[in-house]
Design a protein around this ligand. Structure first.
Ligand SMILES: [Fe+2]
Length: 200
């Protein structure tokens, strides 16, 4: 005999939207203005925390050797010079300079941390469990799958982000850009090149 219907309760996991709504409702019930904060964060993520910021940093480093030195010595302080900001907990920004023989790549094996105020919020693939695990173990293969086929002699260095130490890759300047003004240079710098999974 089959069990009565009420015994067959189907457990369903709430969707992300449902969970967000539930958290927001709980915060608002306690007098915390969650929806306003969510709106503000959305605005910051879409308008202010964009890879164009990192692109401007890279372009400046390409044209100004003294700035480049400061950027490599203390990334956070040099980026702040250009008017960009960091959350308090991003205590260090380490800028990793690519060379013809070294390719730097960023990941966050624990979750999805980036220097988001200058690189932007992490793309979906960066948060993917597969990327986070495989980029460490088989970086050359992962980069090749992403369209970056590096010669064997290029050393790949993978940097694992932590809560207080964030990274940005300083990509190599393409040789055909000699003499270009800073703004034109900034326009060719992509988010993926700041994460290190692409060369320019
Ligand atoms: Fe993380």
């Amino acid at each position: 005999m089959s069990p009565p219907d009420q015994d067959r309760v189907v457990q369903r996991t709430a969707t992300v939207e449902e969970r967000v709504d539930a958290i927001q409702a709980a915060l608002e019930a306690r007098g915390l203005e969650a929806s306003q904060a969510v709106e503000e964060l959305g605005h910051l993520a879409e308008e202010r925390w964009i890879p164009d910021n990192g692109a401007r940093v890279v372009a400046r480093a390409w044209v100004d050797p003294k700035f480049r030195m400061r950027l490599l010595a203390n990334g956070r302080a040099a980026v702040v010079e250009l008017g960009f900001t960091f959350p308090k907990h991003h205590r260090h920004l380490v800028v990793l300079e690519d060379t013809p023989w070294v390719k730097n790549v960023i990941c966050c094996t624990l979750c999805s941390c980036t220097a988001f105020t200058i690189i932007g919020l992490p793309p979906d693939w960066y948060k993917d469990l597969e990327y986070r695990a495989r980029v460490v173990r088989e970086s050359r293969t992962v980069l090749k799958e992403m369209g970056l086929d590096l010669p064997r002699e290029v050393e790949i260095r993978v940097w694992d982000t932590t809560a207080d130490t964030r990274y940005m890759v300083l990509p190599e300047r393409p040789p055909h850009t000699a003499g270009w003004p800073e703004e034109k240079l900034a326009a060719i710098v992509t988010r993926d090149s700041l994460i290190g999974v692409a060369r320019l």
